[in-house]
Write a protein that binds this ligand. Structure first.
Ligand SMILES: *Cc1c(COP(=O)(O)O)cnc(C)c1O
Length: 341
């Protein structure tokens, strides 16, 4: 019997892709003999309308990883440092290393501060770039506006705010990007928009700042089929942005239901403002292996900072579980239940 694999490990949209984006992929093949526009002018306009900014405030890329990578190249040189919280998005140390940047890691604050960023310690690093992520991956916790404003007002260099999961939080700080010369907010169509395989991300900031990022990025990074699908997904109506909004709400409802069930199992998940949940547990590695054996993939996270009590109690280990249609969550719950009993 072939086991149907349930992949809850990468925080993508497990309900799928907006129908408008799917249907335009069918005839994309007839146009691939031609180049896309070098800097995706149409896509920038559509993103600007979606986030309520001007097209000159937007840079797009081959996933937001590409925008993050380009921003590092544009605003820091090899040997410069980049400050960020731990734990955070696993690509940041990778991209920092690729760009020759030295990491300055600062643990998040504890539960009594809502796992907020430690603004003063991040600033103390005097880094060329401060990277922040809200909601943060893998904790799914937000950043307070107060801490964020404190960082922005006192930073010596560029502040990047990664909002890959902003749709699920219902909070965005894009207004801070367009109001300051040194703030770049990055977003993606890989998560709420269900287009991870097409690689489309973007950054929003002051026009001069995004033009620096765009020059470091170079032309022709978003393919023609990816641009068409992204435009379809961003279009008004039930097949595009409406589909995204409906499924974001579904993800939020399912997340809360799943979190309650995890607590019934005696687990102690962190609160979540994203489409995934972090569950600290000493035996995360063996639990993850048990689930994988039965066809459910979750992310095992290790080495979490033990300055945070919940992580210390779990020896720095946790499971990060993506949220999708309820039958998938039920399967994860059943396996967790039997592994824990
Ligand atoms: C998934 C994710 C991204 C998205 O990367 P893409 O390159 O746009 O697919 C960016 N930041 C964080 C924190 C993520 O979890």
């Amino acid at each position: 019997m072939k086991l149907e694999v349930v992949d809850l490990s990468d925080n993508t949209n497990l309900w799928g892709t907006p129908p408008a984006a799917r249907s335009c992929m069918h005839d994309a093949s007839s146009r691939v003999s031609r180049y896309p526009s070098p800097y995706s002018a149409d896509l920038k306009r559509a993103i600007a309308a979606y986030v309520g900014a001007g097209a000159e405030d937007v840079v797009v890329g081959c996933g937001s990883d590409d925008v993050l990578d380009s921003a590092m190249r544009a605003f820091a040189a090899p040997g410069d440092s980049i400050a960020y919280s731990t734990p955070t998005f696993s690509m940041i140390p990778v991209l920092a290393r690729l760009n020759g940047l030295l990491p300055a890691e600062v643990p998040l604050r504890d539960v009594d501060h809502g796992y907020d960023i430690d603004a003063d310690r991040l600033l103390d690093a005097c880094a060329k770039i401060i990277y922040l992520c809200a909601p943060n991956n893998p904790t799914a916790t937000p950043i307070s506006r107060e801490a964020l404003v404190h960082v922005i007002q006192n930073a010596a260099g560029l502040v990047i705010l990664d909002e890959a999961y902003a749709e699920f939080a219902g909070i965005s700080y894009i207004d801070l990007a367009t109001r300051h010369e040194h703030v770049l907010v990055t977003r993606t169509l890989s998560k709420a928009f269900g287009l991870a395989g097409l690689r489309v991300g973007y950054g929003v900031g002051a026009p001069e700042l995004v033009s620096f990022v765009e020059r470091a990025r170079g032309p022709y990074k978003v393919s023609a089929p990816a641009e068409r699908a992204a435009l379809a997904a961003l279009a008004m109506g039930d097949d595009g942005v409406g589909w995204v909004e409906t499924h974001v709400q579904l993800a939020r409802d399912t997340r809360e239901r799943f979190r309650r069930e995890l607590m019934t199992l005696g687990l102690d998940p962190l609160p979540s403002s994203a489409n995934f949940i972090l569950v600290p547990h000493t035996a995360a590695e063996s639990l993850g292996a048990r689930l994988r054996r039965d066809g459910v993939l979750v992310r095992v996270v290790t080495g979490l900072p033990e300055s945070i009590r919940a992580f210390a109690a779990a020896n720095g280990n946790a499971l990060r579980i993506g949220v999708g249609p309820w039958p998938l969550m039920l399967r994860a719950l059943e396996l967790l239940g039997s592994a824990l009993s």
